[in-house]
Each structure stands twice: as C-alpha cells, then as structure tokens.
Design a protein around this ligand. Structure first.
Ligand SMILES: [Zn+2]
Length: 261
C-alpha cells in the first residue's frame, strides 16, 4: 500500500467512517496470569483469526468453547478439571462445540443467557466471582463476564474491527445502551470473542459508540430506506464478503432511526 493510501486510511479511520479492521483501542500486553487463550481454527471474515476460547484456570471455567472441532475441544479438555462451560451468546462459532466439550469433561453444565439459543444449557448466573452482565445488541442473548477487573465481551466488543448488530435479533438501541454499561466499567482489560485482548474497555466502548453514530449519520445522509442500496453506498470500501453482515447492521440502523427520529 502506498504512503498516500495509508495516509488516506488513517484519515478515514480518524473521522470514523471507514470499516475498521485495526484494533480500536490499545492492545493488552500480557493476559492475566489465571487466563489461557485457545484460539479455534475457524478463521474467516466474521470470525477474524478464529473464535477465542478463554480458560479461567483458577475458576475451572471455560468461556465460549467455539466450533465443533475435535482438536480444539481436546486441547481445552486438557485443562480439566473444569466444572462449568459459559457462553457469551448463542452464535454457532461460540457454542457449536459446547455439548461435545461437556461430554469430554464428563458432563459438566453449559450455561447460557438464553438456553433456547444453546442446546442443553441452563440459565447463566453470577457464580464464584464471575459476574454476568447483560449486554444485548449484537444478539438479544449477549452477555459479558466480569471477573477480577477484567471483562470477557464476546462479540459485543471485538479485539479488531467493529461488530455486527445482527438484526432482527440484534437491536441498535440495546447495543448502544450495552456499550454505555461497558464504558462504565472503566479502564479494564477486554478479553473479546475474536481478535487480540484490549487494554481499556471504556476507550473501546467509546470508539464503538462513535463509530455506530457515524454510521447512523451516513445511513441517514443517503436518504434511502433500501438496505441493499445503502450498503452499496456506505460500505463501498468494505470487502463484499462482509456485505450480508453490513446489511444486517443497516437494517438495525433503519429500525433504530424509525424509532428515534
Ligand atoms: Zn463470534
């Protein structure tokens, strides 16, 4: 990439109209000593480098088992004893391997915010120093887990890029309120569902909110109500593989704009 294009890119990120694929806040240098990250081998446009599976060794807890990949699940199971599997939300790339992992670990419970979105799970609750924070928006069932001044954010805040508000299950008004909740946690490390860990939850949440509001302005400015057409205009610079996801976000934005004139 030429100097000029790089400069252009920096400028557009600065005014927050570009699709953001770079980290949105400073990276965390070192993970907390009690956490292990196992990244699942499912990279893709929606999963970045793959789903992050977090093992809270002191708690005997796994957050987000990831896809049904025997090698990945066997690597997690090596951290037994594990007494509980938690999921941040019911998307396939986070929960597909949950039932099999439970089996590998001798039938430990799987807990999710909405058991209807995760087969054979029970309702999640605060437990053993792990606080459940409802953060709907990316999906209706998204939760974050706050543990010792660290927050596991699932797909609500990612390590790189911004997330999709997966309309109609996702809701932009809810999402903006959830970002406020996460911002209120202050400058704590973010251990996300995809991408690298970030150093400052409040900074990342503010960036996400500003990016969303900038996108809303762009959608408004098109004067259109046609989601596909809006994607062509507003997301012109974005990899087309992401356009279906962008369309889901645009539909969420149109729904939001109708509710909030
Ligand atoms: Zn995901």
């Amino acid at each position: 990439m030429t100097e000029i294009r790089l400069a252009e890119k920096r400028r557009t990120i600065h005014v927050m109209v570009a699709h953001v694929t770079a980290p949105t806040a400073a990276l965390l240098d070192v993970l907390p000593a009690w956490v292990t990250l196992l990244r699942a081998p499912n990279p893709g446009p929606m999963t970045l480098d793959g789903t992050n599976t977090w093992i809270l060794r002191d708690h005997g807890v796994v957050i987000d088992p990831g896809p049904l990949d025997e090698g990945h699940l066997a690597a997690i199971a090596e951290y037994a004893p594990i007494r509980r599997i938690l999921v941040t939300h019911g998307h396939f790339d986070h929960v597909e391997g949950a039932a099999r992992l439970s089996e590998l670990l001798g039938g430990v419970p799987v807990a999710a915010a909405d058991p209807a979105h995760c087969i054979d799970s029970e309702p999640v609750h605060d437990d053993n120093g792990i606080q459940v924070l409802a953060v709907p928006g990316h999906t209706s069932d998204s939760v974050a887990f706050v543990v010792d001044d660290v927050v596991f954010t699932g797909d609500t805040i990612l390590g790189r890029g911004t997330t999709v508000v997966a309309w109609p299950d996702g809701n932009l008004g809810d999402y903006l309120a959830s970002l406020e909740k996460l911002e209120a946690l202050g400058k704590v490390p973010v251990l996300p569902g995809h991408g690298p860990a970030l150093a400052d939850c409040a900074a990342a949440a503010r960036f996400y909110r500003d990016h969303r509001l900038a996108r809303l302005d762009q959608v408004r400015a098109t004067g259109s109500r046609d989601a596909q057409r809006i994607v062509e205009i507003v997301y012109a610079d974005v990899d087309r593989a992401l356009w279906p996801a962008a369309e889901a976000s645009v539909r969420a934005q149109l729904a939001y704009l109708e509710l909030t004139p």
